[in-house]
Ligand binder design. Structure first.
Ligand code: PEP
Ligand code: MN
Length: 369
């Protein structure tokens, strides 16, 4: 059960104390506070865990300061979409809105290599009025002898260049909670020229201590990718781990599943689940066509497979696209074979716009239930 307080009720108010006092008298009941930060208003929510069956919803709703009480029967207490829920979805970070209605493209390098390549990427993005990107500094690699990313040493110049080219959000994977402090410090020293979305990769979807660490901080939003070998339910519970620690700024990422049934793609493309995740949760949904397809194969119609797959996710209502680009893919240190070139960026963005427009039209044409 969730007790949603009126927006004007703060932690110090007599109403708040009265509500907590009332709840503390109930047997076998724990409370957990959660602050939901919306675009227009922020509200405090009290999550009730334990013996909630005996509670009288009407009686709690009658307490001063309570706006509404939502009984949760389904899973995913915080990130879930519940009956008569009406809670806001999405968040704003560094001037960029993320919700189940928005669409943001994060084209960029899988792994940061040279300053020249990073700058060329940012320049191409600025020329196309893009304000988001992906940049990997910490790379989780299958082979211990493969390039592991430049780590913290590249952060100062990557952030400085991002600011120079008007980038507002850099999606960057972290594989250890110490990376969080390194990113925070580098941003601070550079004078906060840009923002960072912390990416939790598919290999860490069930690294519960890392999930809790990114959930405890409220500064950076989190892009949580689904685990490539676990169920959707298990991956959504991973998102719930982050949210239950207090950070509700989460985007859920689909990136394909490890299965030979997906051959010849690197992973079995799972973008049919975009609307499913939007139905089960209030999270914006990201697609990663690059790591799903894993190549630059082209269909006979002239379009790269990665274009086709992107369009499939966008026409189904995806809210974010994470895509690998590189100015010289043959020299890329990670995932060169799947990277699109900077020359392909304009056509890629145009193709996304076509698919988005088709999605909007499909939505308008939907028969109301
Ligand atoms: C990535 O986006 O660079 C990456 C490693 O993705 P994933 O965790 O989905 O494999
Ligand atoms: Mn990659």
């Amino acid at each position: 059960m969730i007790v949603i307080l009126r927006p004007d009720i703060g932690d110090e108010s007599p109403e708040f104390k009265q509500i907590l006092g009332y709840l503390s008298n109930k047997p076998n009941l724990q409370t957990r506070l959660h602050r939901e930060v919306g675009e227009l208003r922020s509200v405090t929510e009290i999550y009730l865990i334990g013996d909630t069956q005996a509670l009288d919803r009407i009686e709690i709703e009658a307490l001063p300061g309570v706006e509404r009480v939502v009984r949760i029967s389904e899973e995913y207490r915080v990130v879930g979409r519940h009956k008569d829920d009406g809670r806001p979805n999405g968040f704003e970070y560094n001037g960029v809105r993320f919700s189940q209605d928005s669409l943001n493209v994060f084209a960029g390098l899988c792994a940061v290599d040279t300053r020249e390549h990073v700058e060329a990427m940012f320049k191409a993005l600025r020329d196309r009025k893009q304000t988001c990107t992906r940049m990997g500094a910490y790379k989780p690699r299958t082979n211990p002898y493969s390039f592991q990313g430049h780590g913290k040493s590249c952060l100062p110049w990557v952030f400085e260049l991002a600011g120079k080219y008007g980038i507002k959000v850099v999606s960057m994977e972290i594989t250890h909670d110490s990376h969080l402090d390194e990113i925070r410090q580098a941003l601070e020293s550079a004078g906060r020229p840009t923002g960072v979305m912390l990416q939790i990769g598919t290999r860490n979807t069930q690294n519960f201590e890392l999930l809790k660490a990114v959930g405890r901080q409220r500064e950076f939003p989190v892009l949580l990718k689904r685990g490539f070998g676990i169920t959707l339910e298990e991956s959504l519970n991973a998102a719930e781990y982050v949210a239950s620690e207090g950070n509700g700024m989460i985007v859920f990422g689909l990136r394909g599943m490890k299965s030979n049934l997906g051959d010849p793609h690197r992973n079995f493309v799972d973008f049919a689940q975009v609307p499913v995740v939007k139905r089960l949760t209030r999270l914006p949904v990201c697609i990663d066509p690059s790591h799903s397809v894993g190549s630059r194969e082209r269909a006979p119609d002239g379009l790269l497979d990665v274009f086709h797959v992107t369009a499939q996710g966008v026409i189904a209502g995806a809210n974010m696209v994470l895509a690998d680009f590189h100015p010289a893919p043959q020299t890329a240190l990670v995932d060169g074979p799947q990277a699109m070139t900077l020359d392909e960026l304009p056509a890629y963005l145009d193709d996304i716009a076509i698919a988005r427009d088709a999605y909007e039209r499909r939505r308008l044409a939907a028969v109301p239930s």
